[in-house]
Each structure stands twice: as C-alpha cells, then as structure tokens.
Design a binder for this molecule. Structure first.
Ligand SMILES: NC(=O)C1=CN([C@@H]2O[C@H](COP(=O)(O)OP(=O)(O)OC[C@H]3O[C@@H](n4cnc5c(N)ncnc54)[C@H](O)[C@@H]3O)[C@@H](O)[C@H]2O)C=CC1
Ligand SMILES: O=C(O)[C@@H]1CCC=N1
Length: 260
C-alpha cells in the first residue's frame, strides 16, 4: 500500500511519523510533495521518504492520496490533478471541506474519505473523526479504515456533525497543552521547576483521562469524588467557575465553529 501526501505541514508530518512508528508502513511506501521545498525536502531525507517534484508525481506513485493542505489552496490543487485520480482513494483532512464539495472538485466516481485527525496521531494515540462517500465500499472501505487505525481511534461521524466532532478531536490538543502550561507556570511561581511540574501534571491528566474512559461513573460524579467536603479541590473548582471557566470554554468552542 502506497501513501501519498499532497502538502507536508504540521499535520502531514504528524501522520507520517505515526505511520512509521506503527512499523506497518515502510518509509519507502510514502510519497510526498509540498509547495514549499523547505517543508518536505529535509523531512523526506530524515525519514527516508520519497520526495516527489510535483503533486502529479505523488498521485502517480500512490494508492491513497492524502490532501493535507489548507482550505484556501484546495481549488487550485484539485483543478490541476482531478483527472489523475482514477483508481485512487482520496483522503481529505482539509478543514471544513465537505464530501459533496470534494466530489464537485474531482469526479463523482472517486472514493473519498474525509477526516479530521489530531496531532496525537504522531504517537499512534490520535483520534480521527471521519466520513466517506458511497464510492468507498467493502474491502476498499475496510482497508482504508484499518490503515488509519494505525494512527489511533477512528470515530465515524455523519457529515452534518463532522465540523463539531472536528473541533472536539482536532482543536482540543491545543487547549489541553494550554491547560498543562497554565498549571505548570503557576507551579513555577510556587517554587517547583517546570520540568517536574510537567511530569506531575501530564501523569495526573493522563490518569484522569484513563479513568474517564474506563469508569462507569459520569464526569460530574468523578468530580465529586475528588472534592473532599470542605477541601481544597472544591474551593479551586468554585474559583474556576467564578472566573468564567465554563463560559470561556463555551466561547472557545463557538469560535472554532466560526460563531461568536
Ligand atoms: N494541524 C492540525 O492539528 C490539524 C490540521 N487539519 C487540517 O489539515 C490541513 C493542513 O493543516 P496543517 O498541516 O496544520 O497546515 P500547514 O500550513 O502546516 O501545512 C500546509 C501545507 O500545504 C502545503 N501546500 C500549500 N499549497 C500547496 C500546493 N499547491 N501543493 C502542495 N502543497 C501545498 C504547504 O507547503 C504546507 O506544507 C488544514 O486543512 C487543516 O485544517 C486538520 C486537523 C488537525
Ligand atoms: O486550527 C485549525 O484550523 C486546524 C483544524 C483542527 C486543528 N487545526
């Protein structure tokens, strides 16, 4: 199975590193091209990938074509390559580009999967919200899903909900990093060095996520379990509420959806 990347920015690099770490995809089976040479030439050398001179050559060499460019570049790129996509599977990770629009810009027989991954694919612990058109079926569908499962959890979502799922999946890593960054900064203020603080925080956050995913309790019950009566946690929680934590999350989510 040959995997081609059109665009080698942050997300493509995270996916490529994840594929290689999975040990199921050989670097020589990955073909890449990006408009900006500095984005892919050295990276390809470092990982022993095939650096191609054009998007057309990537398509020619690959079975899966991963469109990993920004939304503003899609029309130009697809206009130039739409006739070369026969017998390929198009995988688009482009934000806010729905299946119907991708079909209009390619052809109506093309198998297309649209997905929103997150950067954790780099560690094979990503989440990928996905949907696909009717041309992707049977063995081709299951082998596509199995390929991307190498990068993390695949979550099927209907087309009308994929932007919402996309925010939950794609954007939240940045907010999780901010959460840890904010706590580690305050820990420094209280005299703990940042490295130690990060170890404590990441383990606490990772363990809490593990508990959420395994426990039969609701998140609000889990919160109650941490709050000893009259204790410190509830005082901290009330301080968060008083300072608009939930309102800030709401505004944050609305902003990711282009709503204010
Ligand atoms: N960064 C993330 O965490 C996530 C990004 N996405 C989506 O993935 C897409 C790419 O995002 P990033 O990697 O973050 O952006 P980026 O800006 O880091 O990378 C975009 C890449 O596209 C290349 N490019 C531009 N025009 C091109 C052309 N004509 N032909 C070939 N390559 C071209 C650029 O050279 C660049 O390497 C976006 O649509 C984004 O919404 C989706 C989920 C998560
Ligand atoms: O910031 C963005 O628009 C992309 C989509 C999800 C994560 N990064």
């Amino acid at each position: 199975m040959k995997i081609g990347f059109i665009g080698v920015g942050s997300m493509a690099k995270a996916m490529i590193r994840g594929f290689i770490k999975s040990n199921q995809v050989k670097p020589r089976d990955i073909f890449v091209h990006s408009k900006h040479a500095e984005n892919y030439k050295n990276f390809s050398k470092d990982y022993d990938l095939n650096a191609m001179d054009s998007n057309e050559e990537v398509i020619d060499s690959s079975d899966y074509i991963i469109l990993a460019i920004n939304p503003d570049d899609v029309i130009d790129v697809l206009k130039n390559v739409r006739d070369l996509l026969d017998n390929k599977v198009l995988i688009s990770i482009v934000w806010d580009y729905d299946l119907q629009r991708l079909e209009e810009l390619t052809n109506y027989d093309l198998p297309i999967m649209r997905m929103v991954p997150n950067v954790n694919v780099e560690e094979n612990s990503g989440s990928i919200a996905y949907n696909y058109n009717n041309n992707l079926q049977d063995n081709q569908l299951s082998s596509t899903i199995n390929t991307f499962k190498l990068l993390g959890k695949m979550i099927k979502v209907s087309e009308d909900k994929i932007n919402i799922a996309g925010s939950l999946v794609g954007c939240t890593p940045a907010y999780a990093y901010l959460f840890v960054e904010a706590f580690s900064q305050i820990a420094v203020k209280y005299g703990i060095n940042k490295k130690d603080a990060n170890v404590m925080l990441t383990q606490a956050v990772k363990g809490s996520m593990e508990t959420i995913s395994k426990s039969s309790l609701s998140t609000s019950d889990l919160i109650d379990n941490v709050c000893s009566p009259g204790g410190s946690t509830v005082k901290g929680l009330l301080a968060l509420k008083e300072n608009g934590f939930e309102n800030a999350i709401m505004k944050c989510f609305d902003a990711t959806q282009g709503r204010h």
